[in-house]
Design a protein around this ligand. Structure first.
Ligand code: SF4
Length: 169
């Protein structure tokens, strides 16, 4: 059985990329730390934040950074590319949702420095409905007893679970 479900922003991101990966992440089945993709992930994290700069943790979510602009809070999420834009969009929207639940109304900025692109993300009545459906979907997924079968997808190439998923195929 799962304890109280603590859905992270990364879980939301995975949910749109690969539901199998989302299940593994929620169930805390961690990939091999020595996996090349984990090392690349750590490198990007250090490159992005430096060794000393920390993300901002609020309960179980971690914000890249938050700033005050024109009297409003703005949450920023930095991504390497727009390849998984939809996933990144809902990850940031989820942060805004959690903050709103805590009485903090904020806007979001998705930043893609390598593509010199910036997208504003705002929680609206419409996207909130879709987000709440997503959260219910993640909760349902989390209670599945085993990870979903998956077929190989483009994301497998850079996924630290590739050995776990495909070594016996
Ligand atoms: S290797 Fe592929 S199927 Fe397995 S968790 Fe990663 S993305 Fe999903």
């Amino acid at each position: 059985m799962l304890d109280k479900l603590a859905i992270t922003g990364t879980d939301v991101w995975y949910y749109f990329v690969c539901k199998r990966r989302a299940w593994l992440s929620i169930r805390k089945v961690f990939p091999d730390e020595e996996d090349e993709n984990m090392e690349i992930g750590r490198f990007i994290h250090e490159y992005r934040y430096g060794r000393n700069k920390k993300e901002i943790g609020i309960d179980f979510i971690k914000l890249d950074s938050i700033k005050r602009e024109d009297g409003s809070w703005v949450v920023m999420e930095v991504k390497k590319s727009t390849k998984y834009f939809y996933s990144s969009y809902y990850q940031l929207l989820y942060y805004l949702y959690i903050l709103e639940e805590k009485g903090i109304r904020a806007k979001g900025e998705l930043l893609f420095p390598e593509e010199r692109r910036r997208e504003i993300v705002e929680l609206t009545e419409d996207n909130k409905i879709k987000l709440e459906e997503t959260i219910r979907g993640i909760e349902k997924l989390a209670y599945e007893p085993i990870p979903l079968y998956s077929k190989k997808i483009a994301a497998c190439k850079n996924c630290a679970y590739d050995e776990y998923c495909w070594s016996e195929v």
